[in-house]
Design a protein around this ligand. Structure first.
Ligand code: PTJ
Length: 265
């Protein structure tokens, strides 16, 4: 490796797992410059594992959830997008673009607070084009009821009606639901507490979800409110989670057959 070369730049594009390694190294670089919490590496590894058994592609249930999520966001009066370290490291440009398109403010909200992290995340989002960020000015922070972790410290989320919570630990979605917020989660684990508590659960990798959300926003913003409402009302989160679990079961069964074929040789 050339000295000072970013690890992600040293992966040959021909490598069969190029994309996976590229994002893995973004997380490692993010951890080195404080954007990502140490535990963010472990969370990413868990995500990789679920992504693997979901076939590493955006499934039909995920596409349905993304469409419903964008319809809900376009109907929202006070939407907010919550950003943590992993999201800022993996998809800074995309999350900023989505916020601008949806007219939804970005609020930095961290589980692991450490000196310098908020500043590091602010910098990466500013470089990605963010002009205004929330969750930074301590004089404006209030505490959410029913939550003991650092995630209780919020700014605009306190008055939001619709909140996007990508890659969350389980406690906040439950608390947000108890406060009557409409919660949209992005989580590769269909069995996590966040996934089970959210109103709309997008079971897919954030790196594929955001481009798909941006595409859907451009299409759905042409629709009338009643058409958007229809999309949200027709969406069934419980069925969607069950369908994603079936995809995992089928994928593992298919891989089991393939593995047996290989083992026979
Ligand atoms: O930056 P902070 O301090 O706010 O901390 C962020 C992490 C992610 C470390 C924190 O929220 C955490 O510990 O989360 P958990 O409890 O590990 O939950 C993260 C969830 O996101 C898990 O269910 C993972 O499967 C899932 N996940 C990980 N990577 C991805 C993902 N989901 C979608 N896309 C991913 N790339």
């Amino acid at each position: 490796m050339i000295p000072n070369e970013k690890q992600s730049e040293s992966i040959p594009k021909t490598h069969p797992r190029y994309l996976s390694l590229k994002y893995r190294h973004k997380i490692i670089e993010g951890m080195k410059n404080l954007v990502v919490a140490e535990a963010g590496l472990i969370a990413h590894g868990r995500g990789e594992c679920f992504d693997y058994i979901l076939g590493e592609k955006t499934s039909i249930p995920a596409k349905k959830a993304i469409k419903a999520a964008i319809a809900a966001f376009l109907l929202a009066e006070n939407p907010v997008i919550s950003v943590n370290g992993n999201v800022a490291a993996l998809v800074p440009i995309e999350i900023v673009s989505l916020g601008k398109l949806l007219n939804a403010p970005l609020e930095i909200n961290l589980f692991y607070q450490k000196s310098g992290r908020i500043e590091a995340i602010r910098e990466i989002l500013h470089k990605a084009g963010a002009t205004k960020l929330y969750g930074i000015d301590s004089s404006k922070i209030v505490e959410l009821d029913g939550l003991e972790s650092n995630r209780r410290n919020v700014e605009l989320i306190a008055d939001a009606d619709t909140v996007l919570v990508p890659l969350e630990d389980g406690d906040r979605t439950e608390a947000l639901k108890k406060l009557n917020k409409f919660v949209i989660a992005v989580d590769l684990n269909p069995l996590s507490r966040t996934a089970l508590w959210a109103d709309i659960t997008i079971i897919d990798n954030i790196i594929r979800v955001l481009p798909e959300m941006i595409k859907n926003t451009k299409e759905l913003m042409k629709l009338e409110k009643n058409q958007l409402r229809n999309i949200v009302d027709k969406f069934n989160n419980k069925k969607n989670i069950q369908d994603s679990l079936d995809l995992i079961i089928n994928y593992i069964n298919d891989q089991k057959e393939l593995a047996f074929e290989t083992l026979k040789k």
